[in-house]
Design a protein around this ligand. Structure first.
Ligand code: F6P
Length: 326
């Protein structure tokens, strides 16, 4: 297994040594992704699906929920590469691997887990930083300091979408020789689009700017937008982001008044920040409704943030509704 990195890959990183360490780390993550994609492909044939962490099957074998298993796969892989610290959605605290190493990795090992047992695309999201003097300092910083933002999608294709701040690339796993091959060298989100993605069942809980924007979308050509707006909601962030990278549109997971959703649902460190990096590098915008996601400095490890991203015309229109409210 390997990644056939493009000739320009990571050329914006400051030293050859740093580029090499990033490539080694990405290759280890790609190994994990192939293993996870095989587990996903076996679906209910595998005991990991739907089983509870720590439970046992009829033969007494231990069974693990897939999100716990994927975290173990990634942790094991990161122990073999130049990574000092690991921050995982599945772990309460930061993990120190080897303080002498130069990198720090944050990950949501299995994004879209509510779709696991429905045979819908899910994925692994990750972010790579240069390690600092402590685990805390390595992650509690703005997303602008990421070296790499990326995600794997486990769907009809197993793919890797990635940026180091030098444009966004798409690699697809070729099962014939088990190599990730460059499919799109420069992803480009169309600036003007008319497709929106939101979990509309939360309508009654939204703030007025979110309601105003979605009402405009629903009014189509009879509303302020003057055109029919299509809707898609997969419910796996990686799959919705991938669609927007391919054909434009907007994704919203805003704050709402349900308990626990005051800052939306998605986590800043290993969901919003890496996806925002990828989206901006493909020419899109990523905000919390008003402010740029990448400027937000992490304050608590698993903190959430309202997340709005996609084509410029649509993200700017959401901002307009927030601006006129304040
Ligand atoms: O945990 C993250 C996630 O599964 C995302 O992948 C997805 O965008 C979101 O949650 C779906 O949330 P909901 O089930 O509230 O629509």
């Amino acid at each position: 297994m390997s990644i056939e990195f493009s000739s320009g890959f990571a050329q914006n990183l400051k030293t050859a040594e740093l580029r090499q360490n990033v490539k080694i780390t990405l290759t280890a993550l790609a190994h994990s992704a192939v293993e996870i994609s095989l587990l996903c492909a076996r679906g209910p044939l595998d005991t990991a699906f739907g089983a509870l962490a720590g439970s046992e099957n009829a033969d007494g074998d231990s069974q693990k929920a897939l999100d716990v298993l994927t975290d173990e796969i990634i942790t094991a892989a990161l122990k073999t590469v130049p990574v000092a610290y690991y921050a995982s959605e599945e772990q309460d605290d930061l993990i120190t691997l080897d303080t002498s190493k130069p990198l720090a990795v944050a990950s949501d090992p299995l994004d879209g887990s509510s779709n696991i047992d429905t045979n819908v695309s899910i994925g692994t999201i990750f972010s790579i930083f240069e390690a600092k003097e402590s685990a805390h300092a390595s992650f509690f910083r703005p997303g602008t300091e990421q070296l790499v933002g990326g995600f794997f999608v486990y769907g009809p294709q197993t793919s890797l979408v990635i940026t180091t701040g030098n444009g966004t690339e798409l690699y697809v796993l070729d099962r014939a020789d088990n190599r990730f091959k460059l499919a799109i060298a420069k992803m480009n989100i169309v600036e003007q689009a008319k497709e929106y993605a939101i979990n509309a069942s939360n309508f009654q809980h939204w703030t007025s700017p979110t309601r105003a924007y979605i009402e405009e979308c629903q009014m189509g050509k009879n509303g302020a937008l003057g055109e029919k707006q299509n809707m898609r909601w997969i419910g796996s962030l990686v799959a919705d982001a991938n669609r927007i990278l391919m054909r434009g549109g907007i994704f919203l997971y805003p704050q709402d008044d349900r308990k626990g959703y005051e800052l939306g649902r998605l986590r800043l460190l290993y969901e919003a920040a890496p996806v925002a990096f990828i989206i901006e590098q493909a020419g899109g915008l990523a905000t919390d409704g008003t402010n740029r996601i990448l400027d937000k400095k992490l304050e608590t490890l698993h903190e959430r943030i309202p997340f709005v991203f996609g084509s410029k015309n649509q993200v700017n229109r959401v901002k307009h509704h927030h601006d006129i409210k304040t």
